[in-house]
Design a protein around this ligand. Structure first.
Ligand SMILES: [Cu+2]
Length: 118
């Protein structure tokens, strides 16, 4: 219990120190870019956020045009950036779903699409 309390408290103290009272982590940009078209299936999807993320509670899933998961299931978090590797899911519309816990202890989530192919 003590450990859990510290985990919850640490981001709160960081928040107070930074003086940011209300900003949540929102998506700043992505690669492939939101709504953009790329010629071939990307190996990696990378998202950048407006706040640092808690790795244990932040993840990305990606589905292809058939609705099949094409991500490896292992999201990597580095500061305010996270990424996941993809297998080749063919052409068509890919949907990226993201869920993050930012250092201010708030969760946010969202999704966007990009196109693969000609
Ligand atoms: Cu927040």
């Amino acid at each position: 219990m003590r450990h859990a309390t510290l985990i919850l408290l640490a981001p709160l103290l960081l928040l107070l120190a930074a003086g940011e009272a209300s900003a949540h982590a929102s998506l700043d940009r992505a690669e492939p870019r939101v709504g953009n078209k790329v010629a071939s299936p990307p190996r990696v999807v990378t998202l950048w956020f407006t706040q640092k993320l808690e790795p244990a509670f932040s993840s990305i899933t990606v589905t292809n045009a058939a609705g099949e998961r094409v991500d490896t299931g292992k999201t990597r978090v580095n500061g305010s950036q996270m990424s996941v590797s993809l297998r080749d899911g063919g052409s068509g519309t890919y949907r990226v779903n993201w869920h993050v816990l930012s250092v201010d202890t708030h969760t946010t989530e969202g999704n966007f699409t990009f196109q693969v192919g000609q």
